[in-house]
Structures are given as C-alpha cells and as structure tokens.
Write a protein that binds this ligand. Structure first.
Ligand SMILES: Nc1ncnc2c1ncn2[C@@H]1O[C@H](COP(=O)(O)OP(=O)(O)OP(=O)(O)O)[C@@H](O)[C@H]1O
Ligand SMILES: [Mg+2]
Length: 309
C-alpha cells in the first residue's frame, strides 16, 4: 500500500498489533485508544441565550465501529465537528481531554489540524452538497483528492477516481465524473462524498448519516465498503445515524445520546435488550412491520438525565 502519511513506528506497531488481535507476548503495554474524549462541552452563544449542544460527553474508541444514535438536536453532529475542531464562534468548545492517536487535539496548532483533517481523520458531513466545491466538476475533485493524498499522475488520478465512483456503485461513472455538484441527486452526492473521504484511507472516519439518502441496497453496499476498510486497514468508524436497527446490525458498540449527554454505551448486538429508559423509549418509538402498534409511543424524558453526574 502506498501512502504519503508519515507514520510513527509506534503507530505502525499498533496497526500490526490490532491486525493480529491485541495482546501478543511482546506488548509492553496495551494499545492506546485511537480517540479519547473526556468531558466535552460545546456551547453556542446566541442573542436569546446559550445553547448547550454537548454537555460533558466522554468516550474512548479503538479501531472499531462505534454508532452514535439519539434524536434530532441531541448533539451528534456537533460532537463530530468538535473532534475536527470545525466549530466556529459563537460556538465554544471545552474538554478536559481530547486526544487522537497521541495527538492532543485541544492544543494542536492549525497547521497540525490541517494535516489531520481529511488525511488521518475524515468526516462525511450530514449534507454532502455543502462539502463539494460548487464550481469544480465532481470527477476533478475526486481526482484532486488522489493527487494530494496519493501523489499519483494526472492520468492515474482520473482512472482511480472513476474506479472509486464504481466502487460506491455509481452506475454511469463517466457521466458523473463530468457533472457539476448541483447536477447530482442527494444519494449520488452522498456516494461521491463517501468516495472522496475514503481516498486518503483515514485512521478515523466520522460518517454523519452517510447513507440516509440512499436506497437500502445501495446503503448496504456502501456500508460493506466501509466495513471492509475497518477490518482490512484497521480504520476506526464513528457512525452517526437515526437508524437503530442499522446501527445494531452494523456497529460494534453504540452510544446513545440525549440532550448533549451520553445516556448509555452498549454492545451493538445487545442494543435491543437495553435497559436505560431513554434507549427503551427510542426503541419503542420505531415503527415495526412485524409487530404493528396502534399508535407509536412518544418518548418519555426524565429531567434527572440532564443533571450533572
Ligand atoms: N452553528 C450553530 N449555532 C447555534 N446552534 C447550533 C449550531 N450548530 C448546532 N447547534 C445546536 O446544537 C444542538 C445540537 O445540534 P446537532 O447538529 O449536533 O444535533 P444532531 O444530534 O446532529 O441532530 P440531527 O439528528 O437533527 O442531525 C442543537 O440544539 C442545534 O440547534
Ligand atoms: Mg446531525
């Protein structure tokens, strides 16, 4: 595999270690987590007061698939953007600790952050259209990503971009290559973004509702591509979604968020046995074909969940 990334011997050792399954006899210490967040708080100061978007979120993840679920406004996207330091004033981000692969994200300078963004940590934004350059043809943007991250020739970049479009199941790659971003449907835009974000083979991919505009079959194919990268390259995936069933079947662990806080962290395969009343409420409010209900339950919320632990 060719990559222009400068990996420290420690980081490389960690890859190999994880590939074999942690805990070989030569390990001096357990592999450090890929991402550690302690007590993340994000406030937005507005004219009508302060919105506490994230209120004391802590998590630690390795090269695994972590799902983040929670109703609209619970702080999922803001959490993802905070990791990449993409929150702008009037937003204020504070945390006791935020470390990615040994790099302190709170104190890193802008130059370090630019090197991390898109290369070591990539994020598929919830609305992909805002992330594409509107005055550059789609294919040229993907090819440029190859040229920047993989240092390949112009011709090779074009070939690889077309391959990438095929990999995310775009039926007519030549046509999409020459399209402008505004000519793409929502689902196509989402696939183009996924393709672009996977090119640098990031260590951590934050995918914010990456498949919400896709048909079930295409969504499954795109998930399979991400799954493959997680297992073959040891990528960590933070998968933000509204779809509890999807997260339960696709992820390793699930974080349930409510009003900017973590309500519960649970093994994905045990999600449907969750005991926390908020998680139970989320599960009960899912419409089911196999078990028709006369009405959908509304979510019950307990003010005590907002209190500081
Ligand atoms: N730039 C901003 N300025 C002010 N408030 C913001 C800003 N961005 C987010 N917020 C607020 O932060 C809170 C959390 O927003 P966030 O986008 O993280 O929710 P979410 O969990 O991703 O929701 P959804 O499922 O709808 O995408 C919301 O109350 C939102 O209004
Ligand atoms: Mg969101």
């Amino acid at each position: 595999m060719t990559t222009d990334r400068q990996e420290t011997p420690a980081a490389l050792a960690e890859h190999t270690q994880e590939d074999k399954g942690a805990g070989t006899a030569t390990d001096a210490q357990a592999p450090r987590p890929l991402l550690e967040i302690e007590d993340l708080r994000v406030d937005f100061h507005g004219r009508r007061g302060i919105t506490h978007a994230v209120r004391g979120l802590s998590l630690s993840m390795g090269r695994e698939k972590i799902g983040i679920v929670g109703e609209s406004g619970s702080g999922k996207s803001v959490t993802g953007r905070s990791i990449l330091r993409l929150i702008r004033p009037p937003g204020v981000v504070r945390a006791r600790r935020m470390v990615f692969d040994g790099i302190d994200l709170l104190s890193a300078d802008e130059r370090t952050m630019r090197a991390i963004r898109g290369d070591r940590i990539a994020m598929i934004m919830q609305d992909p259209k805002f992330s594409l350059n509107p005055v550059m043809r789609v294919g040229d943007q993907i090819a440029e990503a190859f040229r920047v991250h993989r240092r390949v020739s112009r011709r090779e970049a074009k070939e690889r971009a077309l391959e990438m479009l095929k990999a995310v199941r775009i039926r007519d790659p030549e046509r999409v290559y020459h399209a402008w971003p505004h000519e793409l449907s929502g689902g196509m835009g989402q696939r183009v973004m996924i393709a672009m974000m996977l090119i640098p083979e990031p260590d951590l991919l934050i995918a914010d509702e990456p498949t919400s505009a896709l048909d079930v079959t295409v969504a499954m194919q795109v998930l399979a591509i991400m799954d493959d990268l997680v297992s073959s390259r040891g990528m960590g995936l933070m998968f933000i979604s509204h779809d509890l069933d999807l997260v339960a079947s696709f992820c390793d662990r699930v974080i349930i968020m409510y009003a900017g806080r973590v309500m519960e962290v649970i093994e994905a395969k045990r999600l449907h046995e969750a005991q926390h009343p908020y998680t139970r409420g989320l599960l009960a409010s899912l419409p089911r074909i196999d078990e028709p209900r006369e009405w959908l339950q509304t979510l019950k919320r307990d003010p005590a969940w907002l209190e500081e632990a």
